[in-house]
Design a protein around this ligand. Structure first.
Ligand SMILES: Nc1nc2c(c(=O)[nH]1)N[C@H]1C(S)=C(S)[C@@H](COP(=O)(O)O)O[C@H]1N2
Ligand SMILES: [Mo]
Length: 387
């Protein structure tokens, strides 16, 4: 009783949201950062969708995927991971620039305003989710109960939808603040001011720093600066990083006892390693382009897959299923469309950079094909089936 009386006597109790002034939280700053963030997300989305369909093509596409350019997947996946990493400082800066709007009062002014706030909430949640899960995936760390690929793919579309909606809703403001010279609203300062320029320069420096210290994992001329990426192109036996070791895959020397390659088709056969090595050998230079972002070119020597298929009586351009010795694991069985099997660059490789494949690189035989995700460069091959 006493308390209430005293309070009633004082000044009226009102919730006062914090006030934010200055150029760093104004729409011009939000627009300046937002367009770079939008560009990074757009690039990340397009390359991500491409990567998804190359890795998991629907049936109608599987036979049509091309082996050229040989570096195609390396470039699109490198861009996907680089644009995602660059988007992280941009997203943080953008959220910092606009967070005062969390405190707008009244919180909901109209139905339209409520919908706008919900769409921003979805946009922020989807962006944080995509960049967070994507970054952890580059480190092969999956601290969540769901399967990464389908969820990352689905949320990408949610993010795209929320982003398109956001740009549509904000279009008048974006237009007014797009360029320094546009008159926009009256309160827009005519000149940029040192504070905004320093903020934008700081954000650009952060983007440059995270890019420079990670992009060398796939853009190998910059590998000297690759300090922060999980993989370094130069670390790994025979001059190539290893993604999954033989020990991790449960492939030990005993698993190799009596190894033979079995080719199943109209005229099935099997070969020992010596017989395989006695067939015509070809050498190709092709990259492993891992979906996790690292990539490195290497020299591979082995038998052309199309020669092996022809020997099994398969028609040219037949699709193929490849089975690994590995007992479990998502990449034990791989399917390959006719575009790859017919390609003279697609090999069942026995040697890497001039040496017999090490066990970690897939001894005794592994697949190497052009313009394909690393996950499908199957190691420890034991069987090939004409489909
Ligand atoms: N059988 C089998 N093959 C596999 C894998 C696997 O887990 N099992 N990992 C793939 C992945 S994700 C990549 S990036 C490449 C890496 O090849 P490397 O370890 O020889 O560099 O192998 C692929 N081949
Ligand atoms: Mo990979």
């Amino acid at each position: 009783m006493e308390d209430m009386r005293i309070r009633r006597a004082g000044p009226p109790l009102t919730l006062r949201p914090p006030r934010f002034a200055g150029r760093l939280h104004d729409p011009r700053t939000a627009t300046a950062i937002g367009r770079w963030l939008g560009a990074a997300i757009a690039l990340c989305f397009v390359t991500g969708v491409l990567s998804h369909y190359v890795q998991r093509p629907p049936d109608w596409l599987a036979g049509a995927l091309p082996g050229r350019p040989v570096w195609g997947y390396r470039v699109t996946q490198g861009l996907h991971v680089a644009s995602g990493i660059a988007a992280i400082p941009l997203l943080l800066a953008k959220l910092w620039a606009v967070y005062p709007r969390l405190f707008v009062w009244p919180a909901l002014r109209s139905v339209r305003h409520a919908l706008e706030r919900i769409s921003v909430a979805v946009l922020v949640a989807a962006s944080v989710f995509q960049l967070g899960t994507g970054l952890l995936n580059t480190a092969q760390w999956y601290p969540w109960p769901f399967s990464f690929i389908p969820v990352h793919f689905a949320v990408a579309w949610l993010l795209l939808g929320a982003l398109v909606l956001h740009i549509a809703v904000k279009y008048p403001e974006i237009k007014a603040h797009w360029s320094r010279r546009s008159p926009g609203t009256l309160e827009l300062p005519a000149e940029e001011g040192p504070d905004r320029r320093s903020l934008l320069a700081g954000v650009a420096a952060a983007v440059g720093a995270v890019t420079l210290t990670t992009v060398g994992q796939s853009l190998t001329p910059l590998r000297w600066f690759d300090l922060l990426a999980p993989r370094h192109p130069d670390h790994g036996e025979q001059g190539l990083p290893v993604n999954r070791t033989a020990a991790a895959a449960g492939v030990g020397p005993t698993a190799l006892d009596g190894w033979r390659l079995t080719v199943t088709g109209p005229r099935s056969y099997s070969l020992t390693l010596d017989q395989l090595a006695a067939l015509p050998q070809h050498t190709v230079t092709l990259p492993i382009a891992c979906v996790e972002g690292w990539s490195k070119s290497a020299r591979w020597t082995g038998v052309r897959v199309r020669d092996l298929l022809e020997r099994a009586g398969a028609p040219p351009g037949a699709a193929l299923r490849v089975v690994s010795l590995e007992r479990r694991g998502a990449y034990r069985v791989m399917e390959m469309g006719g575009g790859y099997t017919d390609d003279p660059l697609t090999l069942l490789a026995l040697r890497l950079n001039g040496e017999v494949l090490s066990l970690d690189h897939g001894y005794p035989a592994r697949v190497i094909a052009p313009n394909r995700p690393g996950v499908w460069q199957t190691k420890w091959v034991s069987g090939m089936e004409v489909v």
